[in-house]
Design a protein around this ligand. Sequence first.
Ligand SMILES: C[S@@+](CC[C@H](N)C(=O)[O-])C[C@H]1O[C@@H](n2cnc3c(N)ncnc32)[C@H](O)[C@@H]1O
Length: 410
Amino acid sequence: METLQIFDLSYDGSGVAKKDGKVVFVPKTLPGEVVEAEIVKEYASFSLADCKKVLQASIMRKPAQCPHFSVCGGCDFQHCGYAEEQQFKTNNIAKEFSKVGYNGKINFVQSPNRFFYRNKIKLEIQNGKVGYNKAKTHEFFEVKTCPIANEKVQKALEIVKKFVASKAVEGAKSCYIKNVGEDIAICFLFPKNAKNHVKNVKNLQIFGDFSVFFAFGEVLESDSTKVECVHGKDVLQQKFDGFVASFQPQAFNQVNDAVAAFLYEHILKFAKNKNVVNAYAGQGLLTYMLSKSAKFVYGIEMQKSAHLAAQQFVAKNIKHICGKVEEKLPLISDANLVVLDPAREGCKASVLGSIIEKEIPEIVYVSCNFSTLVRDLKTLLKFYDIQDVTVFDMFPCTAGLETCVKLIKK
Ligand SMILES: C[S@@+](CC[C@H](N)C(=O)[O-])C[C@H]1O[C@@H](n2cnc3c(N)ncnc32)[C@H](O)[C@@H]1O
């Protein structure tokens, strides 16, 4: 056991200490604290430690709302108030942007709710129990409650716990609970080859109005995963602009509805009368919103179920394209704004190359991953200047942020 003095916070929200000159990251601690911690992993340039006891607490320290906070890998910040959490995040993002030479203003948009905001959770299933993985490990622990999930998701979690405990369904590796509008989908994920073994599932009526899906594959989001509805409605429905749109459970949606609305509103400001490419378009909601003020919008999305959902959003000035951005973007010749909202991996070099080569005058880059954002900005900033940086606190209680960078051609 080591006694460590925490002097900083890392980009992922861990406290930073030093032992014999080597950096030690201690999750769930705060600057100024002295803690007793056990080194759990040693790497060449740093170590990872588990905080066992806070010997000298920071004045910022508060009791966590969640009983699982000390072990759970989901949240990084529940041991301080929301104002302090926001301050840590603002400092971190400023450090990241200084790496690309940007020291200008960073706007911060907070979440209306620090708790009860997530419309989607993924649970692991083991031996008739549902849980999450512990921080920095793949070790399972049983979940009693998850206070960052919204009320509808929490209600579904209670039923899922009972269903899994009754052993009515066996062989499922994980379970996704997703809320869209008033609807809830519960999706059990089985190994690809388990299809013929999952028969005669009892007790599905326990889910009442909720829809239940069985999916067979590696991850729910993959087009090669087969998803079938076994109880209730086979789509999630939500009202937009006077019509009801239907979504399949495997397509991407932003996890914090209120903050997603702020993010979309912000992006719309840049689209007036432009020919916009909405790259990595997901289920097309942003494409549709952009079409209200843009001259024309191309939405590019490779996942088939998301593209199918996007096709419900019909307007004269929208074209939904199913395919990879790296293949479809080079075929568009009249764009003067491209919105990029890639997955954590960021953009392929060829996508950035195509934007630069076409001399597209403006870019809005939305990212949930600082490291790939910084990597891609390093390429773009040779040809573009940063005009605006706004961060959206899409994931309160975690170190994650949704960052939106507006770029303009030099
Ligand atoms: C972070 S989500 C953004 C979705 C959308 N902008 C929204 O707000 O809902 C990224 C999306 O990009 C899609 N995607 C990932 N790689 C892609 C690629 N190479 N080409 C096209 N779409 C891709 C994913 O299927 C996912 O729907």
